[in-house]
Write a protein that binds this ligand. Structure first.
Ligand code: F6R
Length: 615
């Protein structure tokens, strides 16, 4: 949460930072601010509550020139999203400015200490302690900014990615990270870019350094990039080449990123299994985990940790691993797992699933499991992310950047990786006969075309959305591996259209939620062909008997549900293990159209942020 961008070089900093903040707005959009040091050594700091565009309008009336600057887009944790709490925060003497992503946990005690030394706090943020602390150390210890940052961070508890700009050295920016991500881009002619992820950097350079925890980076127009640990040990920067393309982070003609990402799924699913699946030769392999396949095949249990949509993917994974590989799986909310004193030992395998690879709870759950000796594996989308770096091994989803806050293509890519993993372990264990294996992989290869076929029915999805756009509540029902799809459908609807929605196992409905059903209640039911089909048909009848409205996702050619549903969407037939990859698509589309019809901000829903780097 919160996005940070900084620039130092020969170009004007403000437009570069502004553009970068727009790219990072998915990380938070409660307020935005940019501080630029101009040629007369004036530090101009512009901050506005609301979106980056509001900051842009405001700053257009003022001097924003200068070739070094720092910027921030905020997802509020401590303090309201107003102008004062917006970053950058400036030292009392106006000599230094700082941006921060993360949470300073011991800010209360640091604040008291600093207040007793005469510092006056203007904001309600935890971040403000950092700037005063660095300032205090700089003055008392008579040290330079980088050293003051290092000393200060040794007494800070919490998560941070920070960048500090100081008037006394206009040629330098000092940055540091712990638990919150930070990337340094090495540009041409001595220019440097710092950002929470690579998207603000990609258009200028593809040479980057992903900073590690407890590292400090000093970027200097004259001395280049130097990296130190907070224990003051100099390190050799590890420069990596980005493969990200600029088109991948642009809307490409779509009205919203979410719609673009929904429509990218035929491609993203294909990219996910490219090189990992060969139907003609009859194999599946995931290079990233090959050294752990034997351990996985012998595992007595697997624990999957994740949050939100990724947790729903893990639930689908549970069905796949148990059905195909016959390994018991426990699916845990990372935030609960980490505080539960879980029983884990060296025989356990913990798989984290995370689009961003930065989710604080998932990261902490993994670290806990690692400290107890478990093997930790990751399924991440963002290359070079924290989770992908701390795990013993893992598989990327290769879905490409997901910018819409509501996760869509990342979910189907996660489910695809989990399918490949379950299949390869099942084969290794000898659990899956040739016929079934071949049937599933043949079907898997056809999934992208089948997704494309569902996407062609956008008019039908729009028509249904128009009917239910004013609903106040909605229920989503499914059984077996359609239950996580129901959960995911409900999450998509509530997060972008603000309609209250619940996902339930269809049979659970009669244990409570059935009381909610009346003629106003839309009930989305995943009623595709499979072992629970007849049971789901009975659940539909129960809803109909109470006058609820049924919107059913059915398999092409179905006549029974078609006859009783108020609305239906047909999806192509597939192997029952793969059905979630198709059944999810109509629910994504309907959520999208409903949100658009309600005038909601689809890509940046209120109160949310894409990368949840606070617990
Ligand atoms: C919902 C959504 C969130 C994320 C969750 C975990 O559409 O995007 O629920 O799935 O915050 O994020 P990652 O996968 O980045 O760990």
């Amino acid at each position: 949460m919160c996005g940070i961008v900084a620039y130092i070089g020969k170009e004007q900093a403000f437009p570069i930072i502004l553009k970068g903040l727009k790219r990072l707005e998915y990380r938070g959009y409660d307020s935005a601010g940019i501080a630029v040091l101009n040629d007369d050594s004036s530090l101009n700091n512009y901050k506005r509550s609301g979106k980056v565009s509001e900051l842009e309008e405001f700053a257009a009336q003022h001097d924003s020139t200068g070739t070094v600057g720092i910027g921030h887009t905020r997802w509020a944790t401590h303090g309201l999203p107003n102008n004062i709490n917006a970053h950058p925060h400036v030292s009392s003497d106006g000599e230094m400015a700082l941006i921060h992503n993360g949470i300073i946990e011991n800010y209360d005690s640091l604040r008291e200490e600093l207040m007793s030394r005469g510092y006056v706090f203007k904001s309600e943020t935890d971040t403000e302690v950092l700037i005063h602390l660095i300032d205090d150390i700089k003055k008392n210890e008579q040290v330079k900014t980088a050293e003051a940052v290092r000393i200060a961070l040794n007494s800070v508890i919490g998560a941070y990615a920070i960048v500090v700009l100081s008037k006394d050295n206009p040629n330098q920016l000092v940055a540091a990270r712990k638990s919150s991500p930070l990337v340094v881009g090495i540009g041409k002619d001595g220019a440097f870019y710092l950002a929470s992820d690579a998207t603000p950097i990609i258009e200028y350079t593809n040479e980057v350094v992903y900073m590690e925890d407890e590292e400090i980076a000093v970027v200097d127009r004259n001395d280049g990039l130097r990296i130190f640990s907070i224990q003051d040990k100099e390190k050799v920067p590890y420069i990596q080449r980005l493969e990200l393309k600029l088109e991948a982070i642009e809307k490409g003609g779509y009205e919203h990123f979410m719609l673009k990402e929904i429509h990218e799924q035929p491609r993203s699913i294909k990219d996910c299994f490219r090189g990992r699946l060969n139907v003609d030769e009859g194999w599946v392999k995931l290079g990233g985990i090959k050294d752990y396949e034997s351990k996985l095949a012998k595992a007595k249990r697997i624990i999957m940790v994740a949050c939100g949509t990724s947790w729903h993917a893990a639930l689908v994974g549970e069905y796949l691993f148990e059905d195909l590989a016959r390994i018991p799986v426990e699916v845990e909310y990372a935030s609960e797992f980490r505080y539960r004193n879980p029983i884990i030992d060296e025989d356990d395998i913990v798989i984290a699933i995370s689009q961003s690879g930065e989710t604080a709870d998932t990261l902490a759950a993994l670290n806990l499991a690692k400290s107890k000796g478990a093997t930790i594996l990751g399924i991440c989308n963002v290359v070079g992310s924290s989770i992908s770096r701390i795990t013993h091994a893992g598989s990327y989803t290769h879905a490409g950047p997901e910018i819409g806050v509501a996760s869509t293509k990342a979910f189907t890519a996660q489910v695809t990786v989990l399918t490949l993993m379950a299949l390869s372990i099942a084969r290794k264990k000898g659990n899956l006969d040739d016929t079934k294996f071949r049937r599933i992989i043949t079907e898997l290869e056809l999934i992208p075309d089948k997704v494309a076929k569902i996407l062609e029915q956008s008019e039908k999805h729009e028509e249904i959305s128009a009917v239910y756009k004013d609903a106040r509540n909605a229920l989503y029902l499914g059984r077996g591996n359609s239950f996580p799809v129901a959960l995911e459908g409900a999450l998509k609807l509530k997060e972008i259209s603000y309609i209250h929605a619940e996902g339930y196992p269809a049979a659970e409905m009669k244990h409570g939620p059935i009381a909610l059903i009346d003629e106003e209640m839309p009930v989305f039911v995943i009623a595709t062909k499979g072992p629970s089909y007849e049971k789901v048909v009975s659940n539909i009848q129960e809803v109909k008997a109470r006058k609820g409205k049924i919107i059913a996702v059915i398999t092409e050619g179905d006549t029974q549900v078609k006859a009783i549903a108020d609305h239906y969407i047909e999806i192509p037939d597939t192997d029952e293990n793969l059905a979630p990859l198709l059944a999810t698509i109509p629910l994504q589309l309907i959520s999208y159209y409903v949100a658009v019809m309600r005038g909601a901000n689809v890509d940046q829903p209120r109160n949310l942020a894409k990368s949840v780097t606070v617990e």
